[in-house]
Design a protein around this ligand. Structure first.
Ligand SMILES: [Zn+2]
Length: 386
């Protein structure tokens, strides 16, 4: 069996891992109490936008900035997902565009938006200024970002120009970057080849969020190895990668190749195709109890049974209320558990050391964890060979 080299190290592992939790529009109560359970929260730009005039939300006195206000009041670090990769999909028709068109960023451009428009310095500056403004108080600052399919995609050029403009406009701000690509760009090597282009534009040590549409742990070994390749390439080029919404791959990624992970909510644990425009469903999803070590998501009743049989490990958080009987707010405590469970599992994996952790994956009783272990070894071998 293949093994990681004994001296496997990565500069990203020198800092405590980050574990960010995405929040839904209605989760003010979660933000108020999540501080001890997560590094911070990710707020979509749409969820930090004033309600439209004469809407029910406005009449009920909502300001639209409740999530951000709760984060600031409770000293919970937050980052904004600007969601600017949605802007080129907007038509300018309110019935189609919904809340996306009401954000400050959509208002800073003309719709429908084209890459040509943002190659124009003045128009781009207007959008970048607005992006910097809406991220005041955020833990990281990102320039606007757009999905791209290939290296000659004009939107890739726009992304790089946006980084340059943001660094010029905010020279004292540590500028991060955000990449959004479809799965095809991971598979055909576009994403891997684009990493040095980003590294040239950013300061050494800059963080880079990686969002790959439709990427998940059920894909084949090649796709997962390609994803880890990308994370390792970021590190090789002096960047610090932060994977976004990779579900069960969050722990292995953050244990070996990345500074941490951004976790999706139950319904959006993986990212959708960036070229497909969807408005949100409002239905509150059933939140399950996650066991990050085994990649399980169980209904509470089943999780209690399995815990009773000791077939799932106890939560490392002693005060965890998620499986306690008579729990008054199961939704909230499950969300908190799912946040701290991944965070704790990343810490456990790192403490084991790379070799022991990967051996544990390769010899796991669960096939998909064995596949992840193999993908790590493949990615690492490619990196050694390069
Ligand atoms: Zn827990």
């Amino acid at each position: 069996m293949l093994r990681l080299p004994a001296d496997f190290t990565s500069p990203v592992l020198e800092h405590a891992p980050q574990s960010w939790t995405r929040v839904e529009s209605v989760e003010v109560g979660f933000v108020e109490v999540c501080g001890p359970h997560t590094t911070g929260v990710v707020i979509r730009e749409r969820f930090d936008t004033a309600p439209s005039p004469d809407s029910d939300a406005q009449r009920s006195g909502r300001t639209g900035s409740e999530l951000k206000d709760a984060a600031i009041a409770n000293e919970v670090p937050f980052i904004k997902d600007l969601e600017t990769d949605r802007l080129p999909l907007l038509t300018g028709e309110p019935e189609h565009d919904g809340r996306y068109a009401e954000t400050a960023l959509a208002r800073a451009v003309s719709l429908p938006l084209t890459a040509d428009m943002l190659e124009d310095n003045q128009r781009r500056e207007r959008l970048v200024r607005e992006a910097i403004r809406v991220q005041v108080n955020a833990a990281k600052t990102f320039p606007p970002y757009f999905a791209f399919k290939s290296l000659d995609d004009q939107w890739l050029t726009v992304n790089l120009l946006c980084i340059d403009t943001a660094r010029l406009l905010a020279p004292l701000t540590a500028m991060s970057a955000w990449i959004s690509v479809p799965l095809s760009a991971l598979r055909d090597g576009t994403l891997l080849t684009a990493i040095p282009l980003y590294a040239r534009r950013l300061a050494r040590g800059a963080e880079i969020v990686i969002t790959v549409g439709e990427f998940n742990h059920k894909l084949g070994l090649d796709d997962i190895a390609a994803y880890f390749d990308v994370l390792a390439a970021c590190v090789d080029h002096g960047l610090r990668p932060l994977p976004d919404r990779i579900d069960e791959l969050s722990v292995p990624a953050a244990a070996l190749f990345a500074v941490g992970s951004i976790l999706g909510t139950s319904r959006y644990r993986t990212a959708g195709d960036p070229y497909v425009f969807k408005t949100e469903k409002r239905r509150t999803p059933l939140v399950k109890y996650h066991v990050a070590r085994q990649g399980l998501k169980l209904r509470v009743v089943l999780a209690r049974k399995r815990r009773g049989r000791k077939s799932i490990p106890p939560c490392a958080d002693r005060d965890c209320a998620a499986l306690k009987p008579g729990n008054a707010n199961p939704h909230r405590t499950l969300r908190l558990h799912n946040a701290h469970d991944v965070r704790n599992e990343i810490a456990r994996a790192r403490a084991l050391g790379a070799r022991a952790y990967v051996n544990g994956l390769q010899n796991n009783r669960y096939a998909f964890l064995r596949k992840i272990g193999q993908a790590i070894v493949v990615a690492n071998a490619r990196r050694e060979a390069a």
